[in-house]
Design a protein around this ligand. Sequence first.
Ligand code: ZN
Length: 506
Amino acid sequence: MVGQANETFEKLIAHYRETAYLRSIEGLVTWDHMTYLPSKGVDYRSEQIGYLAGLIHRRRTEKVIADWLDELVNSDLAKDPNSRSDCTIREIKRSYDRSVKVPVDLVEEIARVGGQSHVAWVEAKKTDNFTHFQPWLERMLDLRRQQAEALGYESTPYDALLEEFEPGETTERVSSVLEGLRNELAPLVAAIVDSNKTAPCEIIQRKYPVAMQEKFGKHVAAEIGFCFDSGRLDVTAHPFCGGAGPNDVRLTTRYDEHDFANGFFSIIHETGHGLYEQGLPKVEFGLPPGEAVSLGIHESQSRMWENLVGRSRGFWQHFFPSLCEAFPEATAGVSIDEWYAAVNDSRPSLIRTESDEATYNLHIIIRYELERAMIEGDLSVADLPTAWNDTYEKTLGVRPDKDSVGVLQDVHWCEGMFGYFPTYTLGNLYASQMFDQANEELGTLEDAFANGEFRPLLEWLRTKVHEHGQCYSPSEMIQNISGKPLSHEPLMRHLKTKFGELYDLS
Ligand code: ZN
């Protein structure tokens, strides 16, 4: 019996490794699409990507997988929870069951309408016309509700959609953590505004030649541990981290000669994602033990390197001299205190992607509450723009005067990605909770950063997060690391200390 189960397990793995070739090719052509593809090549590339996506979906839902899984779930290979074999069987079963529950025509309809809805959203955003987008958003909402019904859920259809991005997490738990966060964060942001203290942002907007920004960014990414023999950095419109294989991680950023922070912190953010990808077990590439756990945990890695490391005083104690050497004109006469204040400027704003470490999470909480209300039928799409504007005014004290800088700013809803937004803030919460624990186990990390020592933190993340792939769920992982369930407290402690000092709050 054992011999036969092993044989079946090998067949399952071989099948998934072959699918991994296709997925990594899809990753490569998608990366090329976003970076170097000539504009006239877009139509054929979209066909290539669509073809690959269909091929991958068909392979993942082949009936033979169900037969193999039936045999394997009760075998000894699935007996030891969190072992490599148990993880492989459990996670392949989870994704297989999810994909066969949704009828194929619904899957195709979501893809087809999603593409058209995306086009409508681009046009609506350009012309500031929400009404143009409204019927498409209504359609996407309806399709995702149908998908949630097909998938099944316990208390709210939002649970079924959240599961796609943050496996094992529930709406109830996410709501309770985000509510705790909002109750403490809103007063902190109000206190920052009331302080009337402003950061010397002008420093960041001086002239930073793009070629030097790239050189400096690569230097920092390499120093914090990114291996450029197993990855590279290129330019795109919306920065992301992609990949084409276990030793091929593609970082992207964008540069603005008069906004140093935009390009630099995108590099550090994507490097955080890239360090995670480079730390996953290479022999398991394409299999659950070699894949990231969830979007939230992935984001915890990027946010940790971007904010908790890259925007810390210790980090700049180490890098400020080389920054001044790279940009002698822009940094002339600037002190490290001024620089530290400038890269940590905090103020309420309208655009999520341009917001700072403190206010960012309020942008997410607003979106989470609105999308949940839409999915649960408590908010109609027609009422969404007003609800959006009112909530911004109430929560952040700013009100958009047009929808392009309000409800139309993000791409997520047009593609029906409901349940995605909370993973950004979950990432910040996981990051702070992990970072607190790392500080406890490794000593004061800021002192290490000031000495240019980033390896201890990276090695710690390798053993606590990266090398486990999907062996533990996000909530098990944070419990294993910190001994506690996820809480808003570590993030709030960090924000209160940092911004309390920067904005003279008592
Ligand atoms: Zn990210």
